[in-house]
Each structure stands twice: as structure tokens, then as C-alpha cells.
Write a protein that binds this ligand. Structure first.
Ligand code: M6R
Length: 592
């Protein structure tokens, strides 16, 4: 969840401005504190609690001297966000500096032992045991690389570690387990980063080291050693994303830019049609499907279940990845296990994928090439949303849905739905064009403390996603419910202070949802309906209404009706003065 960058330049320029730029690109991975360490005759460290810009105004990272160094942006796990807990962490001689992403399960035990051995700690992080252990093994006579190797033998948990030592000048060492790390080959030098988008401006040829391998970066190149100390040769992957794609380009926030990019994300993902066909041909007969995912990707999975069951008649399960372990292992070689993740790194989903691989075909729908799930699944559909920087998933969600529609259409041999998908980017554009209208409407939602989102059938996951968007960036408590379920309990909460957003496209379920709308209205709720343009009856029954092109087929509603809910959450957030790109307590990539 934290962001990591390391760089060693081939020339003698100072690396700090580059490190700072790269780590700023990773602010979406964590924004509790930031720190840099560079080597200039000795290791120099600057670090503090706070957002990158604020801390830089205070500490001026860019004027640090030295041609190589490491940087970190933190999402606090062990230890509160404080100056002391900010990375890099040092051993107690100050000669070894370490940045780390991940969580160490046995750090208390290791820390107690190191304290007994006379080492002193400055932070309450799990990370600090790492420089102390490296120091211990260096003191026993090992070089930095082997001291790091010995250190990771002691660690239980997940980690990406990058370290430098004052006693081995001109070298950065790095390793990983269950946490992402990419090595980058640039024109001006060599890079290591938790996410390749961080270094796109400088390096687009990347290698992801495998678990247990140690990478050694010097000004002459990158060498990788496996667990037996043998040299490893691996061809770099070219990242097709460009640095420009990860810039705001005049938008106030990435989230708004990314909402606007949705027509393109869907259009580009439709280009995966032949790949999907090829995958299904290779797999052969699919008797059962199980989707596994978290958060927004889980909502995409629910749409997947409804689609596949209705179009292909194949039984389909949906499991929250963190609950996967607790489900009975009823899948087998005839089950297609589909893992959905924008990042491709989510720890719970990755763990489930590894487990499922033992018995079944695994297919990952991921946005990031070279990510763990992209590498480890048997088959991959890469969504073509481009880099998504805002923590709230928007364009990656619609791209995931597009991939799911292609999958369902292909499995069920339903060409009609695949053809209909070509019209969707236009409908999304029309929905995005409602921006000003929704902005005006959002003012009425600034002071609410709770909200309900209701939907039925294909609109149920839309309601879930609308509620998630609102709660994660506005901090307003919101619940997404299957419209028919409300009367089984939550109806007790409905009163004049409870806005209810009802997703109600035309189609078979319209009348039933309308009954639910009337039920909440009768209890005083003010209703915002998201329905079909020209439906005057619906308009008269709702306090507010956002209208969507009536030509959008009911079955494709998730791809279009989601958009106004994203915009509503966005504008409420901005009105409240919060940053929608960096909601508190959250991060873009959940590797723990
Ligand atoms: O990278 P993933 O799609 O696997 O992430 C799963 C969730 O953490 C993610 O979808 C999260 O719910 C979104 N950021 C919410 O907007």
C-alpha cells in the first residue's frame, strides 16, 4: 500500500529531483508521510508526516545531494502516521537505510530479540526491524546483498524492500514477497518502484523480480540473483502507458478526468473481443464460473454473475476475495475461476488466485500489465482503461464491466450483446455531459449524513457501487440495497432525513422498483431517481431525477447508470472541500 522508489543515475547529477517526482506519482499509494534517503559521502535522510507537497515545502527534498537514493510514501499499517514512523528507517549506526511496503507478521518477536541484543528502536513500525537485521548480518561479515537475503529468511509476512548502505557505495539492493516491485531500465539510470507508472517518464522497460530474488542496481545496470545466488536473465516488458496518461491535463482532480475518460476506456477494452474469444476457445467447455474480487471489482463481479447466468445459463458464484478461504472448496477443473482487479495486486484476490490455480482454470481481468495477477493467472483479459490515479475506481470499473460483457457474450455465443456494446461509449458520453446538472444537484446532498441506494436485478450492483463511491470519498454513511430487501429491515431507517437514490431503468423490473420507490416515499424519504429520459411519471413521483438516454438497454444499464452516481459522489466531495483523489485511510493498491 505504501509507495517505493529507488534510482541510481548513470551520470553525476543529483537524483533527488527525480526521486521526488517519481514518489509524487505514487501519492495514491499512501499519503500519511514521505521520506527520501540519498547517498552523498554519507546517507542523508529527510522525512516527515504529512502530504507530499506540504512536507516538501518544509523540507525541500529536491535539494538533497547524491546520485542515488530511495524514497517512500506511507500508508500507515503498524504505527501511527508520525515523523518517527515515516520511512526510510535506519539501523542504529545510521549507515543502512531501508524503505518497505507490506506487513511483517512476526516483527514484535524480532524487535524484542533485537532489543535484547542491544539494538535501539526509534519508531513503532514493523519496518524498523529490517535495517537492524541487515546491520546484524553485516556485522557478522556478510555484504549488503547477502545480509538482505539472510534478513528475509527471518521475516514472516509480505514485503517489498529497497535498501542502501554507506559501506557499499554505489549500490541499491531490492527484494519482494507478496508485494509488488518493478525494476526499470532508463536512459539516464536504473530504477526500482512499487508500481511502474511511477517511473514511466524515465523508464518503460521493466522486469518484475520473482519472490526470493535479489536485485542489485548500480550505475552499470541491474543484476538479479535467485535464491541460490545464480544470475537470472529475463527480458524486460515494455509498458505501453505513457507518462502523459498519468497527468491531470487541466482537470482539478484525477477522478473527474478519469470519469471523463470512460467512453474511451470502454471503447479500448472492446478491442479485447478477439482475445476473449481465443481464451474461451482454449479453455473449452465451461460448466461453472466463480468470480472472486474485492470492493468495486466485487460489484463488477455481481454484474458478471447476473449476466452469465441469464445469458449462458451457467451457474455462477461470486465471492469476496477475503472470504474465499472460508467457502467450501466445491470448484474443480470444470470451473472457470475469474479474478477481477484493477491493480492486479490486491493481496486477498491474489491469495485466492494462487489457491484456485491448484484445481481450476484461472482468468484474471486486470488493468495493470505486469502485475502479480496478470503474471500468475492462466489467462488474462487486460482492461484498457490506462493508468487510474484517483483512489476511487471509476474508469477501471467500466472497463471491467466491458470485459465481463465480452466474456458473457462470448460464452453464450450472443453476438447481439457484443454488437450493442459498440453503442455504449456514446451513451456514457451523454451521461458524463450531465456533469453540470449533477454538480448543481449535489449541493442538496452536502449536509446529509446518510443515504440509501436502491436497485433491482442489474441495477442492484449499480446501487452498491453508487453507495461505495459516496461513502469512500465524502465520508457520508451510505448503503446499497437490493430494492426488494428494504422492507426486511432497513425500511425502519427511512424518514424525512434519509435521501434515497433509486436506480430505475426501463425494463422488466421497472414496475417492481417503482413500488419500492413509493414505499420509501410514503415514509418521507426524498427520492432521487436515475431513470429514463422522458419518463414523466417517474419524474413526478421523485423529488429529483437524473435522466439517461431511453435507448440504453436494461441489460447494459450498469455501464451507463453508474456514471451519474460517480459524478454525484465527486461533486459532493469537492463541495465539502475534500480531495476525492486521496480519501482518508484508503490507498489505491491494497497489498496487505
Ligand atoms: O485493485 P482491485 O480492483 O483489486 O481493488 C479492489 C478494491 O480495493 C477497490 O476496488 C476499491 O474498492 C476501490 N478503490 C473503490 O473505489
Amino acid at each position: 500500500m505504501c509507495g517505493i522508489v529507488g534510482c541510481i543515475l548513470k551520470n553525476n547529477e543529483n537524483v533527488a529531483p527525480i526521486l521526488f517526482k517519481c514518489i509524487s506519482n505514487l501519492e495514491y499509494r499512501g499519503y500519511d508521510s514521505i521520506g527520501l534517503a540519498t547517498y552523498d559521502n554519507k546517507i542523508n535522510v529527510k522525512k516527515a508526516k504529512g502530504k507530499i507537497k506540504e512536507v516538501n515545502d518544509e523540507l525541500n527534498f529536491e535539494n538533497m545531494a547524491g546520485k542515488y537514493g530511495i524514497a517512500h510514501t506511507r500508508w500507515a499499517s503498524a504505527g501511527r502516521p508520525t515523523d518517527e514512523n515515516a520511512h526510510p528507517h535506519l539501523d542504529d549506526t545510521g549507515r543502512i537505510a531501508v524503505v518497505h511496503n507490506g506487513t511483517l507478521e512476526n516483527y514484535t518477536e524480532l524487535k524484542n530479540k533485537l532489543i535484547e541484543e542491544g539494538r535501539s528502536f526509534e519508531s513503532s513500525t514493523d519496518t524498523e526491524v529490517i535495517p537492524h537485521l541487515i546491520r546484524k548480518y553485516v556485522d557478522e561479515g556478510l555484504d549488503l546483498e547477502h545480509a538482505l537475503r539472510k534478513t528475509i529468511e527471518d521475516l514472516k509476512g509480505s514485503y517489498a524492500i529497497v535498501a542502501i548502505s554507506q559501506d557499499e557505495v554505489g549500490k541499491i539492493v531490492a527484494t519482494r514477497k507478496d508485494s509488488p516491485l518493478s525494476l526499470g531500465f532508463g536512459k539516464n539510470g536504473y530504477y526500482v518502484a512499487s508500481d511502474s507508472p511511477a517511473i514511466l517518464e524515465y523508464a518503460r522497460d521493466v522486469i518484475r523480480p520473482k519472490e526470493g530474488e535479489i536485485a542489485i542496481l548500480t550505475e552499470d545496470g541491474i543484476v538479479i540473483h535467485d535464491e541460490d545466488d545464480n544470475g537470472v536473465k529475463r527480458k524486460p516488458t515494455k509498458i505501453t502507458w505513457t507518462a502523459d496518461m498519468a497527468r491531470k491535463e487541466g482537470y482539478e482532480y484525477f477522478m473527474l478526468k478519469e470519469i471523463n475518460e470512460q467512453p474511451l476506456a470502454v471503447k479500448n477494452t472492446l478491442g479485447q473481443k478477439n482475445n476473449v474469444k481465443k481464451i474461451i476457445e482454449e479453455i473449452g467447455e465451461v460448466k461453472r464460473i466463480c468470480f472472486v474480487a474485492c470492493g468495486t471489482s466485487y460489484h463488477a463481479s455481481i454484474t458478471g454473475k447476473y449476466l452469465i447466468e441469464s445469458l449462458a445459463g451457467i451457474p455462477c458464484d461470486v465471492v469476496i476475495a477475503s472470504e474465499f478461504k472460508y467457502t467450501a472448496k466445491t470448484w474443480n477443473e470444470e470451473t472457470l475461476m475469474v479474478f477481477i482487479s484493477q491493480s492486479g495486486e490486491t493481496a486477498d484476490s491474489l491469495t485466492a488466485l494462487r489457491y484456485a490455480k491448484e484445481t481450476s482454470h484461472t482468468l484474471a481481468i486486470v488493468n495493470v500489465a505486469g502485475s502479480a495477477m496478470w503474471e500468475e493467472a492462466d489467462y488474462v483479459i487486460q482492461t484498457q482503461a490506462g493508468p487510474e490515479i484517483g483512489v476511487a475506481a471509476t474508469k477501471t470499473y467500466l472497463a471491467q464491466l466491458t470485459a465481463i460483457y465480452l466474456l458473457a457474450g462470448t460464452i453464450s455465443k450472443n453476438d447481439e450483446i457484443i454488437d450493442q456494446l459498440n453503442e455504449v461509449p456514446k451513451y456514457i458520453e451523454e451521461a458524463v455531459a450531465k456533469s453540470d446538472e449533477i454538480k448543481a444537484l449535489s449541493k442538496r446532498y452536502n449536509f446529509v449524513h446518510n443515504a440509501f441506494y436502491l436497485g433491482r436485478g442489474f441495477s442492484y450492483p449499480i446501487a452498491l457501487e453508487g453507495a461505495l463511491k459516496l461513502k469512500e470519498i465524502t465520508y457520508v454513511h451510505a448503503e446499497g440495497y437490493a430494492a426488494g430487501e428494504l422492507k426486511h429491515g432497513p425500511l425502519a431507517l427511512i424518514n424525512e432525513d434519509m435521501p434515497v437514490i433509486v436506480v430505475i431503468p426501463p425494463g422488466d423490473d421497472y414496475n417492481k422498483t417503482l413500488v419500492n420507490l413509493e414505499e420509501v416515499k410514503a415514509r418521507g424519504a426524498s427520492v432521487l431517481a436515475v431513470g429514463s429520459e422522458g419518463n414523466e411519471d417517474l419524474k413526478s413521483k421523485s423529488k429529483e431525477m437524473i435522466s439517461i438516454n431511453p435507448k440504453v438497454p436494461d441489460i447494459l444499464a450498469p455501464l451507463v447508470y453508474t456514471v451519474p452516481l460517480q459524478l454525484l459522489a465527486y461533486y459532493v466531495t469537492v463541495d465539502k472541500g475534500f480531495n476525492p483523489d486521496q480519501p482518508k485511510n484508503l490507498a489505491k493498491v491494497i497489498t496487505v
